[in-house]
Design a protein around this ligand. Structure first.
Ligand code: SF4
Length: 302
């Protein structure tokens, strides 16, 4: 295996040490000694490795860790939930599963099948927003003070560039934790794998035999696919491009000083910058298209 930083071949042990060091650097900078950490665990390779490393770090420094899986209701998620349960139980971590249908009144499977052909947004776009809100609301209800996600270097650079292309500096600034102020119910998100290439995550999960679902969600769609292709091509031509892009994106995000004023969504009460949060704006749109009332406060049965 190749060390991405030094360009040298690594054995499994050295790859593990190198990835662990990068993850621990993030933990040391972004977690506090009294944190109660919720790991967003899909059961896929990235979040499974994130949970594995978070548990290891928490055992070293004495943090509380629990895991949460959002069941979007897709046939794909069924298998990964079983794997997530197995991993959490083998690590001795409390694991909670929350259903998107219970919380928002619709599953992504139903949405995918009922959206009219040629509709401007895919089920995946709705899913991303509803899932993010579910994780934040569940984290708050579970008393978590930080949410760990499995986003790797490839994911973070793709999202950062998508924000740049859309001209959404506010979203770009929220991609990285730079101050630990709890803003109006928004729980800070920590990404221990943000300096770890996706292929390193895959190699390590296999080498360590960490239970993980290795498939891809069949509903992935949108701008991300094209961006991913372009960035992969750049990395092949100019090795190290992704790491350099991460540094620049992070510096840009940190230099964004504008204080975003948060308020409560008039429908669900979740934090937002406008009258209605993004999830309720989307559910309003869906209620009209699907002729089904989805606008109501979140129902979190935890
Ligand atoms: Fe949801 Fe899209 Fe992720 Fe699938 S890829 S789980 S549809 S956000």
């Amino acid at each position: 295996m190749k060390d991405v930083n030094a360009g040298i071949a690594l054995c499994e042990n050295c790859l593990f040490d190198s990835v662990k060091e990068r993850a621990y650097r993030v933990f040391r900078e972004e977690l506090r000694p009294d944190d109660r950490v919720l790991v967003a665990l899909s059961g896929g390779k990235d979040s499974s490795l994130a949970l594995y490393l978070t548990k290891m770090y928490s055992d070293d420094v004495g943090l509380e860790v629990l895991a949460l899986t959002v069941d979007e209701g897709t046939f794909y998620r069924k298998a990964s939930i079983q794997i997530a349960k197995k991993l959490a139980s083998s690590l001795g971590v409390e694991h909670v599963v929350v259903s998107m249908e219970d919380v928002h009144g619709i599953s992504i499977e139903e949405l995918h099948h009922k959206l009219p052909k040629g509709h401007k947004r895919s089920a995946c776009t709705y899913c991303g927003v509803l899932r993010r809100q579910t994780i934040n609301a569940a984290a708050r209800k579970l008393g978590a003070t930080a949410v760990v996600t499995g986003h790797n270097l490839d994911d973070v650079v793709q999202t950062g560039l998508m924000n740049l292309i859309r001209g959404d500096v506010n979203a770009l600034s929220k991609l990285f934790v730079h101050e630990r102020k709890l803003k109006e119910g928004l729980i800070p998100r920590v990404k221990p794998l943000k300096m770890v290439y996706e292929r390193e995550v895959a190699a390590l999960v296999l080498a360590l035999k960490i239970p993980a679902h290795l498939g891809k969600c069949p509903y992935t769609q949108g701008m991300r696919i094209g961006i991913r292709r372009t960035i992969d091509h750049l990395e092949e031509e100019f090795p190290g491009s992704k790491l350099r892009a991460l540094e620049v994106l992070e510096a840009m995000a940190k230099s964004y000083k504008e204080e975003v004023k948060l308020r409560r969504c008039e429908i669900c009460g979740e934090p937002t910058t406008s009258r209605l949060c993004k999830a309720c704006q989307m559910k309003k749109e869906l209620s009209e298209i699907l002729n089904k009332s989805l606008l109501k406060p979140l129902e979190l049965r935890l």
